[in-house]
Design a protein around this ligand. Structure first.
Ligand code: ZN
Length: 537
């Protein structure tokens, strides 16, 4: 089995589609049926059909058909053979137009969403149209104006491509699949200028490792990093504990907040949120200090390191959607999930510890804003109390939507962390999925949606941490007075509650009784102004 896994890995990471497709297509698909998850409700199309793509393009030079001369400037070179890279195939349409194929998740061809690739050898002012033609989802925020992100060697900060140059439509040339097309001008053609394109702001496994190494070097006495287990491909599953040193002793009951992220590898915004959460908690901010003094924070920042490394959207190396296997994870098929669950169960049985919260962080491909999913409990009181935390989060974060927050018990979600732990933990504990839009949010102050940036994703992590201080009433003196505009927005949110779909049960507002009013903290929410774009879109 291990050999087979390695085989798939090698084919994914080393070879171009065209070299391996004939040899590995049968192996790849057969393997996925045997190993990976069967059909999923949230995958748009049934399979990848004739467009099956295995492996990433590797410094793939695209010539015009019939061209036999030397490569020239403007013959684009595509590459995705790097960490979190994903691009399976490129078809030349004209000098100005290329069809791009997302490489399906390893061992699970049903998921084709995340892309991340480079283009080089461009001609100055070369204008192109890229068509991404094999997405597995049909509903997408591309309909609402979402656009890919871009950076280049001389401009290393990611920027969103303007919506006006992006089109999302059903295309007769691709079996009526939804196609996302975007126009782009390669304005700089220096030898070293490489252009990077991605579905959303990437956050790689290595970036996390570098960040955690840096924190570890500070030797903070309130920060502990442990190895929970190694993945199939021998990557680290990190567990962080952030709390004041005296809370490491077992001499009195401690409250535990457990946060996980990135079980779905393509949901890179989740990692920006987790980093914001960690960085705030280890900071000198007075709220961070009071939080550390009173709560034990446990964080598993990346639940699916192999999937992140490989550039998958939804699955692990072996093609499993790990967030459907919490009920019975296997140590060999889902090692990271198995180790995390084991650890959580040990915490749960420790008489000195109370797991008060479990929050699993995700990104959402069809909705705006940041919001939460919670559970429905037969115990009405517990169900009502569950709405308190999202309400408080709503007060702290201008991008948090209580209207999008929903509570459910769908059968299909039974294997998620939030649902599984909701059934296991004490009735005084709360389990949520925290979702953030891949695209934008409305803050109620302006009619126009605001596209998320890396900074505003990170800010969610800080606001999440701050909300725990409100929940435990640890910083009452720091809550500012409500603003008129904020109150107006919250009123709108309340009205839209009643419009929710019938399978979603609304939570009863309890914000008026929690003592925090409808205020919105600005102390923790500085949003740097985006730099002016200097691409010629
Ligand atoms: Zn997810």
């Amino acid at each position: 089995m291990y050999v087979l896994v390695q085989l798939v890995y090698i084919c994914v990471s080393k070879y171009r589609y065209s070299k391996v497709i004939n040899e590995f297509k049968v192996v790849g698909n057969g393997f996925s049926l045997m190993m990976g998850d069967a059909k999923r409700a949230d995958s748009g199309s049934s399979d990848s059909g004739d467009d099956a793509v295995v492996g990433n393009v590797n410094k793939h030079l695209v010539y015009p058909p019939g061209y036999t001369g030397k490569p020239k400037k403007g013959h684009l070179i595509f590459d995705a053979c790097f960490e979190s890279g994903n691009l399976g195939r490129v078809d030349y349409i004209t000098e100005h137009e290329y069809d791009l194929f997302v490489r399906p998740d390893t061992c699970n061809p049903r998921f084709r969403v995340w892309f991340y690739f480079t283009v080089e050898n461009v001609k100055a002012d070369q204008r192109v149209i890229f068509n991404v033609v094999n997405f597995s989802k049909t509903k997408s925020l591309y309909r609402e104006g979402m656009s890919p992100v871009v950076k280049s060697t001389s401009r290393p900060k990611w920027q969103r491509i303007p919506s006006k140059t992006v089109y999302y439509y059903r295309c007769p040339d691709h079996r009526k699949n939804y196609v996302m097309s975007f126009a782009f001008c390669f304005d700089r053609a220096d030898e070293n200028e490489v252009y990077y394109f991605a579905y959303s702001y990437p956050y790689t496994y290595t970036r996390l490792q570098v960040h955690l190494d840096r924190i570890e070097k500070k030797q903070l006495n309130f920060f502990k990093r442990e190895l929970l287990t190694l993945t199939v491909q021998q990557r680290r599953l990190d567990l962080l504990t952030i709390t004041s040193p005296e809370n490491f002793c077992e001499d009195e009951k401690r409250k535990v907040v457990f946060v996980t992220g990135r079980v779905h590898p393509g949901e890179s915004p989740a990692s920006h949120i987790v980093q914001g959460f960690i960085d705030f908690l280890i900071s000198n901010h007075p709220i961070a200090r009071v939080l550390r003094d009173n709560i034990v924070f446990k964080v598993v920042p990346m639940l699916n390191p192999d999937g992140v490394y490989l550039g998958n959207y939804r699955c692990s190396l072996m093609g499993f959607d790990l967030n459907r296997h919490w009920q019975d994870p296997s140590p060999w098929a889902h090692p990271t999930l198995h180790a995390t669950k084991q650890y959580l169960m040990n915490l749960h049985s420790n008489p000195w510890l109370d797991i008060d919260f479990y929050v699993d962080i995700h990104a959402h491909s069809t909705l705006s804003n940041c919001f939460m999913y919670g559970n429905i409990y037969d115990d009405e009181d517990r169900f009502q109390r569950q709405a308190v935390f999202p309400r408080l989060m709503c007060n702290n974060a201008e991008d948090f939507s209580f209207a999008n927050t929903a509570f459910n018990r769908d059968v299909v979600k039974a294997g998620t962390g939030r649902r599984f732990l909701g059934g296991i933990l004490d009735e005084s504990s709360y389990c949520y999925t925290l979702e953030v839009s891949f695209y934008n949010y409305f803050n109620g102050l302006s009619a126009n949606p605001i596209p998320y940036t890396e900074e505003t994703y990170t800010r969610i992590g800080r606001n999440l941490a701050k909300t725990f201080a409100d929940y435990y009433k640890l910083s009452p003196q720091m809550v500012p007075k409500p603003t008129a505009a904020g109150a107006q927005f919250k009123e709108k949110e309340k009205t839209s509650l009643s419009k929710r779909k019938s399978n979603r049960v609304s939570a009863t507002s309890s914000s008026s009784s929690n003592g925090n009013g409808n205020s919105r903290s600005s102390a923790l929410s500085p949003v740097p102004k985006p730099k002016s774009r200097d691409y010629r879109f």
